[in-house]
Write a protein that binds this ligand. Structure first.
Ligand SMILES: Cc1cc2nc3c(=O)[nH]c(=O)nc-3n(C[C@H](O)[C@H](O)[C@H](O)COP(=O)(O)OP(=O)(O)OC[C@H]3O[C@@H](n4cnc5c(N)ncnc54)[C@H](O)[C@@H]3O)c2cc1C
Length: 247
């Protein structure tokens, strides 16, 4: 049974016409980086709810999510209209298994996101655990347009803090941008361009976390299978841990 808590909107940051971050003040139960919540809004007396990964680390004062406004969607256009001081419903207890605890040991950790899924990796990277457990971390962010490459300041900060440990790979499919790749994520791996950029190989010492667009997860998993890597399941540990944002 989901238990709901009232939250207050502190900021609704618009990065582009449809990409935004919501900062929320709410008194929720402790949770782990990598988990998601549900946000609910009353529409004609019905509570409409959707899942959102926390982009904030568990110890941050304000809760933060990154969302995309899907004009034909049910909830996201309503999130997009929220203003400072507006009230929302939020799950008292976050949930989900896309956490460091679920990722087996390895040498290198690849965090692979499309679009808004960057957020879940920011939450994880703001904590110590991934840095303590892995020699190298490769953050791959795939977007369509260059203005969707958000949180550059935070990523630069992480780069400064972990200069020898972090590689940040940006791939923008619909714009040509300096210092960014220009193709879909599985192609970056198949071509070995991402590995050359990060200066590491993909092998049984690699752990992958894939999050966001289900097609990216499917295609990247197939590519990783050709490198001998298999899905990570609780009953049968492997190298590919996934979280899909839709079916
Ligand atoms: C575990 C989990 C975590 C999630 N975390 C996030 C998050 O951090 N940020 C976020 O924006 N969404 C996230 N989602 C998706 C979110 O729950 C909603 O589906 C999304 O906000 C759209 O809701 P909607 O009611 O407007 O449209 P819906 O009617 O629910 O969806 C319409 C369509 O929009 C597309 N879509 C849904 N989500 C996205 C997305 N993120 N990017 C691009 N296209 C999308 C799909 O094609 C979907 O069929 C998550 C989903 C799950 C299951």
């Amino acid at each position: 049974m989901e238990e709901w808590q009232q939250g207050e909107v502190i900021e609704n940051i618009k990065w582009t016409s449809n990409l935004a971050s919501l900062k929320i003040k709410a008194d929720i139960m402790p949770h782990q980086a990598g988990q998601f919540t549900k946000i609910g809004l009353k529409v004609n007396d019905n509570l409409i709810t959707r899942a959102y990964s926390y982009a904030s680390a568990p110890d941050e004062k304000l809760l933060e999510i990154i969302y995309i406004n899907i004009p034909t969607g049910t909830l996201s256009p309503k999130l997009h209209q929220l203003k400072k001081g507006d009230k929302i419903q939020i799950m008292k207890q976050a949930t989900g298994y896309f956490t460091m605890e679920e990722v087996p040991d390895g040498k290198n950790l690849w965090m692979v996101a499309t679009g808004t899924a960057l957020g879940v990796f920011l939450a994880l990277l703001k904590t110590d655990l991934p840095w303590q457990r892995f020699k190298k971390i490769v953050l791959v962010h795939g977007v369509r347009h260059s203005d969707e490459l958000i949180y550059q300041d935070l990523i630069q900060e992480l780069n400064k803090t972990y200069p020898n440990q972090l590689s940040y790979i940006r791939t923008v499919t619909r714009d040509k941008v300096a210092d960014c790749f220009n193709y879909r994520i599985p192609i970056g791996i198949e071509s070995r361009d991402f590995q050359s950029y990060a200066n590491i190989e993909i092998n049984e010492d690699s752990q992958f976390m894939l999050c966001g667009n289900p097609q990216m997860i499917k295609d990247t998993s197939v590519t990783l299978n050709s490198f001998g890597l298999k899905r990570n399941r609780r009953a049968k540990p492997g190298n590919i841990t996934v979280e899909r944002y839709w079916l």
